[in-house]
Design a protein around this ligand. Structure first.
Ligand SMILES: *Cc1c(COP(=O)(O)O)cnc(C)c1O
Length: 411
C-alpha cells in the first residue's frame, strides 16, 4: 500500500518579496537623474550609499559600515583589511558556500577547511588543531544558512590561538548568540544583499567593523578613489593618510541604486524575521515527527533568522536520497542536497572545490554533508504551505520505506 499523493506545493520557493514602494520610488528618481554612482559632487547627506552605511552601522551597533558589490567581495576585502597576503593559510568551516573559499583564493591565500559536527557547526577541537598545525592567523567563520555556533567560546578560542575572526553573516542578519548580534564578535562582519538573503538588492555586500585602520583600508580598497570624505562614517583623515598610497583600488563599490532599494528594507526586517522563524519552527516541528529525519536542536543561546530549513537523512544511501529528492520534486518541492555527486545550483561541498590544495581528509564533514538537505523558505509561506512541505517530505520518505519493504532490503 502506498500513501495517497500529498497536495502539490503551489508556492514558488524562488519568488522574492517586492521592494518596498519607497525604495522603488527612490530608484526611479535616481534613474531619472542618472546619478547611479555611489559617489558624486553632492553632499554625503544626499548619497544613498553613504546614508545606508550610516543606517546599517547603527542597526548593527558598530562604528563603521562599508557597502560593496557582494558578500564574496566583502570577504575578500576583509582579508585585505586584516593584512592577509598571498600564500597565507586562512581557516574556514567546511559547511559553507562556494564564494567563501573563493574569497580566500581571490586574496591569493590558502583555505584550510575545518571539520563540522552533526549540528552543522564548526568543530572547535579541529579548529584548535588546524590553527596550530597551519599557523593560520585568521578564521573566516561562515554562519552557513544562519546556523550560529557558540560565538563566545569561539571568540575566546581565537584570542587564545592568536586568530583574527572574520564573520561571514551572509545568512545571519538578525541572528545572535546570547543576546549579542552575529557580525559583532569578529573584527569584521560581512553580509550579503543578494536576492535570496535577508535584504535584497540583487547583488551587494555590507561590512561592519570598529577599527579605524581596517575601515580606512576597506574604504580605499573598495574603490573610493580620493572621494572617501563622502563616507559619513569614516575614520579621521590622518588614518587615510597612512593607507592611501599603499592600498590598491579593487573597484568593488555598491551602486546608489542598490543602496536606494535597500534603505527601506531595514524597517521591515524585524517583522520578516518573525515570519521566517514561525515558518522554520512549524516545518521543523513537523519534520521531527518523521522517521529517518534528523533536525539538530539549536542552542538556547542562539537566536536565528532562518530563511531556509536544513535537515539530515543520516541513515540513507546516496541513491535513496537521490530518489527522495526526485519524489519531492514531482510534488513541486525543490530540496537541495549537499551530498550530491556533482554541484547543483547554489549547492556544493568542499570535495567539489578541487582547486584547494588541502590534504586533510574531512571525514566528519563529508559524512554530515552526505545526508544534509536544504529547503528555501521564503517569507511569504503560509501555515498551509509549511504543512504541505512536511507532507511532501513524509510521503517521499514513506515511498522509500515501501520500496525497501518490497525489496526485502534496507534503504
Ligand atoms: C550567499 C552567501 C555568500 C556570498 O554572498 P554574495 O553576496 O552572493 O557574494 C557567502 N556566504 C554565505 C554563507 C552565503 O550564503
Amino acid at each position: 500500500m502506498t500513501a495517497s499523493l500529498p497536495a502539490r506545493l503551489t508556492r514558488d520557493l524562488t519568488q522574492p518579496e517586492p521592494i518596498p514602494a519607497e525604495g522603488r520610488a527612490r530608484a526611479l528618481e535616481l534613474m531619472e537623474t542618472g546619478r547611479l554612482f555611489r559617489y558624486g559632487e553632492l553632499g554625503a547627506d544626499q548619497l544613498d550609499a553613504s546614508l545606508f552605511e550610516d543606517e546599517f552601522a547603527a542597526f548593527m551597533g558598530r562604528k563603521y559600515c562599508v557597502a560593496v558589490n557582494s558578500c564574496g567581495c566583502s570577504l575578500f576585502l576583509a582579508l585585505k583589511a586584516v593584512g592577509i597576503a598571498a600564500g597565507d593559510p586562512v581557516l574556514v568551516n567546511g559547511f559553507t558556500l562556494a564564494p567563501v573559499p573563493g574569497a580566500i583564493a581571490h586574496a591569493g591565500a590558502r583555505p584550510v577547511i575545518v571539520e563540522i559536527g552533526s549540528d552543522y557547526l564548526i568543530d572547535l577541537d579541529d579548529l584548535a588543531a588546524k590553527a596550530r598545525s597551519s599557523g593560520a592567523r585568521v578564521l573566516m567563520l561562515s554562519h552557513m544558512r544562519g546556523h550560529v555556533a557558540n560565538l563566545e567560546r569561539i571568540a575566546a578560542l581565537c584570542d587564545e590561538l592568536g586568530l583574527t575572526l572574520i564573520e561571514d553573516c551572509a545568512h545571519a542578519l538578525c541572528a545572535s548568540w546570547n543576546g549579542r548580534a552575529a557580525g559583532t564578535f569578529g573584527a569584521i562582519g560581512c553580509f550579503s544583499t543578494q536576492t535570496y538573503k535577508h535584504l535584497n538588492s540583487g547583488e551587494g555586500g555590507l561590512m561592519v567593523m570598529d577599527d579605524d585602520d581596517m575601515a580606512a583600508r576597506t574604504i580605499l580598497h573598495s574603490g573610493s578613489y580620493m572621494l572617501y570624505r563622502q563616507h559619513t562614517r569614516r575614520p579621521p583623515d590622518a588614518v587615510f593618510e597612512r593607507w592611501k598610497g599603499v592600498s590598491p583600488n579593487y573597484s568593488m563599490r555598491m551602486s546608489a541604486l542598490a543602496a536606494a532599494v535597500l534603505r527601506p528594507q531595514l524597517a521591515v526586517l524585524p517583522e520578516r524575521v518573525r515570519r521566517w522563524n514561525a515558518n522554520y519552527t512549524r516545518i521543523t516541528d513537523g519534520l521531527r515527527q518523521l522517521q529517518l529525519v534528523h533536525v539538530p536542536r539549536r542552542a538556547a543561546e542562539e537566536a536565528f533568522s532562518a530563511t531556509s530549513v536544513q535537515f539530515s537523512l543520516p541513515g540513507l544511501s546516496a541513491d535513496a536520497i537521490g530518489r527522495f529528492i526526485a519524489s519531492c520534486a514531482t510534488c513541486g518541492l525543490a530540496v537541495k542536497w549537499f551530498g550530491d555527486e556533482e554541484p547543483v545550483g547554489f549547492t556544493s561541498a568542499p570535495r567539489h572545490w578541487t582547486y584547494i590544495d588541502d590534504a586533510a581528509p574531512l571525514d566528519r564533514t563529508h559524512r554530515v554533508l552526505a545526508g544534509l538537505c536544504d529547503i528555501r523558505t521564503p517569507v511569504s509561506l503560509t501555515d498551509s504551505d509549511c504543512d504541505a512541505i512536511v507532507a511532501i517530505v513524509r510521503h517521499a520518505l514513506e515511498g522509500l520505506q515501501q520500496e525497501s519493504l518490497n525489496q526485502g532490503g534496507s534503504t
